[in-house]
Design a protein around this ligand. Structure first.
Ligand code: ADP
Ligand code: MG
Length: 209
């Protein structure tokens, strides 16, 4: 039984297509004092799965949004569920290509299968109207069947019209569904990447003893 679970987790992690693996234990809370640790720990109980709650990580680049989203989604995979990672642009591009091949329905169906769909980098790149409406469809479909989405974005909700090809009506309809049952984690701190860079910069500049 244990061996079966191990194999299952291995397959789940292969299927997930994570760009990297990160663990929640690796997250340095002291580097991001503004973050609500209890909220992250509540998410780590995975109660959001049965509640069909979405999770949205918001904040500027480098603050750990993708890391936390991947760490959380990895826990879901390890609990035995299928999960899938994609960026918003890859998702939209794949779907719009599937229209040409007459496989949209199939692709949309596929995106319903994983227990958690992680959509990374919503708002980094502009979507055209078709792409925006495809992303919208995915959000609607999963909402209707209580299938959680974990999403990261650098755009505040007020700016989401730009995410949805300047269509404010579609943007607010998407947000309505996304936020109806959701946990929003706002990260306002400094970029961890730049912090690391500054650290190594000051070390190398320090006088040698
Ligand atoms: P974002 O998605 O918000 O742009 P990432 O999650 O990609 O940021 O984080 C940038 C890099 O910094 C990654 O390598 C990530 O693992 C690391 N990182 C960010 N925040 C933390 C943190 N609080 N503790 C440890 N590593 C972090
Ligand atoms: Mg990111």
């Amino acid at each position: 039984m244990k061996e079966r679970h191990r194999k299952r987790v291995q397959l789940n992690l292969q299927f997930a297509k994570f760009p990297f693996i990160k663990r929640l234990q690796e997250f340095d809370y002291t580097a991001q004092p503004g973050i609500d640790r209890r909220l992250i720990e509540e998410l780590a109980t995975l109660r959001f799965l049965s509640e069909g709650r979405n999770t949205v990580f918001l904040g500027p680049p480098g603050v750990g949004k993708t890391m936390l989203a991947i760490a959380l989604t990895t826990m879901v995979a390890e609990a035995g569920h299928r999960v899938y990672f994609t960026t918003a642009v890859d998702l939209a591009t794949k779907l719009s290509k599937s229209i040409e091949r007459n496989q949209l329905h199939r692709q949309l169906n596929m995106l319903m299968q994983p227990k958690v769909l992680l959509i990374d980098e919503v708002g980094y790149l502009q979507l055209d109207r078709t792409q925006a409406s495809l992303l919208f469809q995915v959000i609607c479909n999963r909402y209707e069947r209580n299938q959680p989405i974990i999403l990261t974005s650098n755009k505040a909700f007020g700016e989401w019209a730009t995410v949805f090809a300047e269509d404010a009506v579609m943007a607010s309809a998407a947000l309505d569904r996304l936020l109806h049952r959701s946990t929003v984690v706002n990260i306002r701190g400094d970029s961890y990447r730049l912090r690391e860079k500054r650290k190594s910069g000051s070390e190398s500049a320090a006088p040698q003893k």
